[in-house]
Ligand binder design. Structure first.
Ligand SMILES: NC(=O)c1ccc[n+]([C@@H]2O[C@H](COP(=O)([O-])OP(=O)(O)OC[C@H]3O[C@@H](n4cnc5c(N)ncnc54)[C@H](OP(=O)(O)O)[C@@H]3O)[C@@H](O)[C@H]2O)c1
Length: 288
């Protein structure tokens, strides 16, 4: 299969390249924003015509959650217009599209934890609480409308060896400050880039389409996550428990955003707990 990866400099884009580099049965091209701007129809047409991919993996996105409150036009462009143009081009040429979305499409009310104790299923009502989530939800709708057979993959709390993420931030802050303050009133499940790529590949190879929630098993707070990162890093630093109201941010965050992986597991794929992904990533970061 021939894969085209957009957003090649991003965390997930780089994870996809790592995975495909080790394969002999698949070939790929990975393009960053300068090489393929997903908001530029000419640029899409040129790449699609020259490379003729079987599958387009859209990891490109506007991901600045706080800035999106003020830069809604830019968020909308990257998260709605770009995905829509890709979906239209894929529909025109018979290319499969895999488009990434987010747990932030849900409202994340703490009371939803009682309703959805296995996490939000794919069909749960969406109701984003910030502009980033609103733009990603509008992007999902634009993709489905242009290409009903697209695969839309929602992930949450993503971390990998490359890019900026919570795991790296905790290790860096622990090393530089010698202490941490982490919120314990927002719950979700960490996802790790290698798992997301493997699960996405499984869905592609088995021709699944529609919306899927990917990730790991479990449901924790950011505090629980930080505690494990510190334990696995053998860093002996105190962690103060704080409420999110102590760290006001431009954009509201969901208090509960666990995504249920039941639909994914029903396809036959085995999913491991978030601790396994966390331990693997921390040991890779320490070695790097
Ligand atoms: N990170 C998370 O915790 C998380 C959680 C849930 C869902 N997701 C979703 O997962 C996907 C991947 O996220 P990520 O963590 O890999 O994000 P990331 O590291 O911010 O990477 C996104 C990449 O997209 C590029 N990009 C932005 N606009 C573009 C455009 N118009 N054309 C081409 N490239 C463009 C960015 O380039 P520049 O650097 O030049 O802007 C960046 O390299 C996204 O759909 C995101 O919404 C992420």
């Amino acid at each position: 299969m021939k894969f085209l990866i957009t957003g090649a400099s991003g965390q997930l884009g780089r994870g996809w390249q790592r995975n495909l580099e080790g394969q002999t049965t698949n070939e790929f091209i990975a393009l960053n924003r300068q090489e393929l701007d997903i908001c530029n129809p000419k640029s899409i047409r040129k790449v699609f015509t020259e490379y003729k991919p079987d599958v387009c993996i859209n990891t490109a996105a506007y991901t600045h959650v706080d800035k999106a409150e003020k830069e809604y036009d830019q968020a909308y462009k990257g998260n709605v217009l770009g995905p829509q143009l890709l979906a239209e081009a894929c529909a025109h040429r018979g290319i499969q599209l895999v488009h990434y979305s987010t747990d932030y499409v849900f409202s994340g009310k703490l009371s939803d934890r009682d309703i959805y104790n296995d996490g939000y299923p794919e069909e749960a009502p969406t109701d984003p609480v910030n502009q980033y989530g609103a733009s990603k939800l509008a992007g999902e709708k634009a993709v489905v409308s242009a290409l009903p057979s697209a695969l839309i993959v929602r992930v949450s709390w993503l971390s990998g060896i490359e890019g900026n993420n919570f795991v790296k931030a905790i290790i860096n802050r622990a090393n530089s400050l010698g202490k941490l303050s982490v919120v314990n009133d927002q719950y979700g499940v960490p996802c790790f880039v290698p798992d997301i790529v493997d699960q996405s590949l499984f869905l592609i190879q088995n021709k699944h389409v529609g919306i899927y929630h990917l990730g790991s098993k479990g449901c924790i707070s950011w505090y629980d996550f930080a505690e494990k990162i510190i334990e696995y890093s053998n860093l002996n630093v105190p962690i103060e428990v704080v409420e999110s109201s102590r760290f006001p941010t431009q954009a509201k965050r969901p208090h509960f955003s666990k995504l249920s992986t039941s639909k994914l597991e029903a396809t036959g794929i085995a999913i491991h707990s978030w601790e396994i992904g966390c331990k693997t990533l921390v040991s890779e970061l320490i070695k790097a």
